[in-house]
Design a protein around this ligand. Structure first.
Ligand SMILES: Cc1ncc(COP(=O)(O)O)c(C=O)c1O
Length: 406
């Protein structure tokens, strides 16, 4: 089980005060704080180990290359992939999805092809597909959750037609925390030969990812939400699909030979990783994955389930608060609006005055805002270091907001 005091002592920032109050950091869906092992790994790399990778013949470059490449194995194990080459380093989910859009979809898709998306997608899993709509005439087909915020696999599968070229779906909504059964979508889609991309940006931090069980072709996650550094992340590409990828960016490190007349490319994953990569960030991501793996993803899930159930019970009791969605399975993410129309930005500012950090806005999910019938919400999203007492502080903070706006 999780010893939350011990976990908290790994995150130095949690000791600070904000606006004269102990910090209550509930903006983990936007980005999570970093534990000491991640901070130390970054410091250590810059203090003792730093050099460019894949290029040098000197000691530091070789040692750094080995360490940098070991992270690929760490990620492979973490998500249950079978082969190292299936792991493409990225700067985050946005780059991973754009890579699939530019490198795989753009050269293959033709006018009239269909991409199935849910309205719950983050813009990172919407805008790249709009590029295909604009430039190739691809059709975007939208699937909605039910009134409780559950996105039923059957609805996604019903949208399949002979023109379906891709299903691109989030595993967890960054707005309602609703968890999608991507296993069922992946299994069914695979039998019909339809590629599936899963956006695991919000889910990778809350539970175990297993790409083999999911039967997906592509999966992205982003390091900074997983207690790792910014500009780190990975794209998983099922081995059978790797040959279908054209290079995304051209430059150093992704070639075999360049002449005046032609160029030949390195094998994947290098073919898709041009230029000097975010070396130390990926080492930090490796440390973050080691950190959560040592805690145990199942332990993290069990602990966060308790936080989620408690937060759910307390938030639902506030009859002047509208909590969006009551999904059957929810990750530790809640979006809400104060009845009566107080703006989420104002709510967030008043909570901030009490040291409580939440996110307010459209959460880069405007189709979801439209579905919910609002332009913005407040969002509290929890991490493994949050406590029941912090949920109580949020509730107290919301009572203060209510008094001000009533
Ligand atoms: C569901 C989801 N997908 C994609 C992203 C984009 O991640 P990044 O900005 O790290 O690329 C986010 C970030 O908030 C997200 O919540």
């Amino acid at each position: 089980m999780i010893d939350v005091s011990a976990v908290r002592s790994d995150f130095p920032i949690l000791d600070r005060e904000v606006n004269g109050h102990p910090l209550v950091y509930l903006d983990n869906g936007a980005s999570a704080q970093k534990p000491l092992p991640v901070i130390s790994a970054i410091n250590h790399a810059y203090h003792n180990e730093y050099a460019n990778v894949h290029r040098g013949l000197h000691y530091l470059s070789n040692a750094m290359t080995d360490k940098y490449e070991q992270v690929r194995e760490t990620i492979r194990t973490f998500i249950g992939a079978s082969h190292g080459e299936e792991i493409i380093y990225t700067t985050g989910s946005t780059e991973g999805i754009n890579l699939v859009a530019y490198s795989w979809a753009m050269p293959r898709m033709i006018a009239g092809d269909e991409i199935i998306l849910s309205v719950m997608e983050h813009h990172a899993n919407v805008v790249p597909w709009h590029f295909l709509r604009e430039r190739k005439g691809v059709v975007l087909k939208w699937v909605e959750p039910d009134e409780n915020g559950n996105l039923h696999p059957a609805r996604v599968l019903e949208a399949i037609s002979s023109k379906t070229a891709l299903i691109a779906i989030t595993q967890t909504s960054n707005v309602t925390g609703s968890v999608v059964d991507v296993d069922e979508i992946g299994r069914e889609a695979r039998t019909r030969g339809i590629p599936v991309l899963v956006d695991a940006s919000q889910s990778a931090v809350h539970g175990k990812i297993d790409v083999a069980r999911m039967n997906v072709d592509f999966l992205v996650f982003t390091g900074h939400k997983l207690y790792g550094p910014t500009a780190s992340g990975a794209l998983y590409v099922r081995r059978e699909r790797l040959a279908e990828f054209q290079p995304f960016q051209g430059g150093g490190d992704m070639i075999e030979e360049v002449t005046r007349d032609y160029v030949t490319y390195a094998k994947p994953p290098r073919k898709l990783e041009a230029g000097t990569p975010p070396i130390v960030q990926m080492i930090g991501l490796g440390a973050a994955i080691d950190y959560v793996s040592d805690l145990g993803m199942d332990n993290i899930s069990a602990y966060e389930r308790k936080l989620t159930e408690y937060a759910s019970k307390r938030l639902q009791k506030l009859d002047w608060l509208h909590v969006h969605g009551r999904p059957e399975k929810r990750a530790a993410i809640f979006s809400f609006n104060l009845e009566g129309g107080a703006h989420p930005h104002d709510i967030s500012t008043i909570l901030d005055q009490q040291g409580i950090a939440v996110r307010a806005g459209h959460h880069c999910a405007q189709p979801m805002m439209e579905f919910l019938g609002v332009t913005a919400t407040c969002r509290a999203s929890f991490a493994v270091y949050n406590t029941i007492e912090e949920i109580d502080a949020l509730i107290d903070g919301l009572h203060v907001c209510r008094k001000l706006f009533a």
